[in-house]
Design a protein around this ligand. Structure first.
Ligand SMILES: Cc1cc2nc3c(=O)[nH]c(=O)nc-3n(C[C@H](O)[C@H](O)[C@H](O)COP(=O)(O)O)c2cc1C
Length: 182
């Protein structure tokens, strides 16, 4: 199965996952902004990855016209975030963000959730401000009313937290290999 990996990554974690997937599948990977360089009809499987930023999913939106033009291709989307991806509630929240961004096109996609990096020393001004506002809001809440991961966001504020892990791409790679034999 000929695959193409496309990503949108602001601080490098999604790009790192895309490169690991590219290596495992011996295929090409590129930034989704370079999409026009590729003839999608040449590929059987399109894998798109994106770092999540408070529900904003720009790569997912770029994928919609491709799915409409090539509904018979296979599609995988991987979302990279700092939330605990073992937690079903966190996955459901991210999946509903993706559903909002993609509408019915989401039905064509197999979705995976991977954990990335949050390094405050690298954040741009807009992202630093967003995180500052979020943590200020969380600190104003009673401990019992804190949302999932809220206490962790408070305790790691200003630091670097990294959960990036090559092993976490295994289920995605296995899925691709199973699909290849169908
Ligand atoms: C402003 C901001 C908002 C974020 N929102 C979320 C979020 O809603 N859910 C989540 O799991 N991670 C969130 N993150 C964490 C990023 O998704 C994480 O750092 C990811 O590794 C970024 O991927 P990238 O480096 O490829 O852009 C946010 C980070 C920032 C700076």
């Amino acid at each position: 199965m000929k695959s193409l990996v496309l990503y949108r990554s602001q601080y490098g974690s999604t790009e790192q996952y895309a490169r690991w997937i590219q290596e495992e599948l011996s295929c090409q990977s590129d930034h989704i902004d370079n999409l026009s360089k590729y003839d999608i009809s040449d590929y059987d499987l399109i894998i798109v990855g994106e770092g999540v930023y408070a529900g904003q999913l720009k790569a997912a939106k770029k994928l919609i016209p491709i799915i409409e033009e090539y509904p018979d291709k296979k599609y995988i989307f991987f979302m990279v975030g700092i939330a605990d991806m073992e937690d079903q509630e966190n996955r459901d929240k991210l999946y509903s963000d993706l559903a909002k961004a993609m509408g019915s096109a989401i039905e064509k996609m197999k979705v995976f959730f991977l954990r990335g990096v949050l390094d405050y020393s690298k954040l741009n001004f807009k992202h630093k401000t967003m995180m500052w506002m979020l943590v200020k809001y969380l600190k104003g809440k009673d401990e019992k009313d804190l949302p999932k991961d809220g206490d962790q966001l408070i305790s790691t504020y200003g630091k670097k937290v990294s959960f990036i892990d090559k092993n976490s791409i295994k289920p995605l790679i296995e899925y691709v290999r199973e699909e290849s034999y169908k």
